[in-house]
Design a protein around this ligand. Structure first.
Ligand SMILES: [Cu+2]
Length: 427
């Protein structure tokens, strides 16, 4: 971790080098391109519009990321005629009395076109954009039973790869009293938490989604009487990373559909998230260690720091990824597999469109990650002191990776969020 603080200082000084994990313990430059066509488009805009940081290192970094890397883009007002920001849907959980399903539309966010490169040379990218004004699904006390993310155009229609828009990555944080991030808690610094002006001792990463849009839905996992308890003092925040393969800027809403119950019902256990990441406490990006063939990326070991019962988990990989595993004390616990192009929305209809974001890449992308829950989660308990390991398996012979126009493989990821039931203390 020694290079992290140096890299942060470098960023604050020159915006030059957040670290990207090489997955051998060393760090390369973090602020490097991911999917960028060579030689396309306009020069990056200046950083003149950077808002003044309010206070503290986190806000300063957030200000730099907002102002320098995403200058002129990010959150904008609702366009005229946009669909409502709050949508009450028919309850998805029919058999739990009082459950409500609500879709909140966040942003909207303006995403640059492929002709616009940011300061690190990435075209068409809204880059790890922090947003600290995120509505919760309830103002007081409620219990989240399930949630899933999406991306929509202002009129409410789906935004996906078939129209050149990617929900590349988003992270939902809960910032509040007693909230602690299970896996980054003991790190002196944690970039994702700093980006939203917090720390792993005052917030936790509650949910995340890549473009495959995997839900976390306790009733569907046959887990009853458990949910994430929201409290009035909790505050939500986002890191939003979106990609636009079109030649025009696009305005999109990130959506979260929540299933909630009012209050904290009697007899319900609390759910805790555990975030495994091959680039843990950084921004999840790992430099592809090989250009061809197979490789495995691993997360730093998590030594369990609380007791509970496993509810479920699913992984997140980038193109080229085959599966992600979790092991507890060396025993296979979860094997989450990738499906490619399983839905037309995940297939490029015009490969290479918009200046060729993914010229040399596949037309079919990851559309689904299998969920480990119930019988497919092979270790049932989390116990203090237990060793948890994540491994992300890539196979470029089997699945094409996402390549830059010059042919180099772009950064990869290996993430899994595990949800754990924490039994109410017996009085
Ligand atoms: Cu990702």
């Amino acid at each position: 971790m020694k290079s992290l603080s140096l890299a942060l200082l470098a960023l604050v000084g020159s915006a030059a080098a957040f670290p990207v994990v090489d997955n051998d313990g060393s760090y390369g430059p973090f602020l490097e391109r991911r999917q960028t066509p060579k030689g396309s488009g306009a020069a990056p805009k200046g950083s003149g519009a950077a808002p003044r940081p309010k206070s503290g290192g986190g806000n300063m970094i957030a200000g730099l990321v907002t102002g320098m890397l995403n200058s002129g883009y990010g959150r904008v007002p609702d366009p005229a005629g946009a669909a409502p920001r709050v949508v009450n849907l028919p309850a998805r959980i029919a058999d739990i009395a009082g459950s409500k399903t609500i879709k909140l539309r966040y942003g909207p966010y303006k995403v640059p076109n492929m002709g616009h490169k940011n300061a690190i040379g990435e075209a068409g990218a809204l880059w790890n954009y922090p947003d600290q004004k995120i509505d919760k699904p309830c103002a007081g006390e409620c219990t989240i039973l399930g949630l899933n993310a999406g991306l929509e155009y202002p009129d409410g229609s789906n935004a996906n790869i078939d129209t050149g828009m990617w929900l590349h990555h988003f992270v939902l944080f809960n910032v509040g009293p007693g909230r602690q991030d299970a896996t980054c808690l003991n790190n002196a610094t944690s970039l994702p938490h700093m980006l939203i002006g917090s720390s792993p001792k005052g917030s936790e990463r509650l949910f995340s989604s890549g473009n495959e849009r995997t839900p976390a839905f306790m009733p569907k996992w046959n887990e009853k009487n458990v949910g994430y308890f929201l409290r009035p003092a909790d505050k939500f925040a986002f890191i939003v990373d979106l990609m636009n393969e079109n030649m025009e800027d696009k305005v999109v809403y990130l959506t979260i559909t929540y299933d909630i119950l009012n209050g904290h019902p009697a007899g319900y256990d609390e759910m805790r998230p555990v975030w495994f990441d091959a680039a843990q406490c950084l921004t999840s990006e790992v430099k592809a260690p090989k250009q061809d063939g197979q490789f495995v990326i691993t997360a730093p070991r998590w030594t369990a720091n609380f007791d509970g019962e496993v509810l479920g988990a699913a992984g997140h990989l980038h193109d080229g990824g085959d599966r992600i595993t979790l092991e507890a004390d060396g025993k296979l616990a979860c094997d989450s597999k990738a499906t490619y192009g399983g839905d037309p929305a995940f297939i490029n209809t015009k490969p290479g469109m918009g200046g060729g974001g993914h010229h040399a890449s596949a037309t079919e992308h990851i559309s689904h990650m299998s969920i480990c829950a119930g019988p497919s989660f092979l270790v049932k308990t989390v116990k203090k002191g237990q060793a948890w390991d994540l491994k992300g398996y890539y196979d470029y012979d089997k699945y094409k990776g996402m390549r830059h126009e010059d042919g180099a493989q772009s950064n990869v990821m290996g993430i899994a969020i595990m949800f754990v039931r924490v039994k109410k203390a017996v009085a």
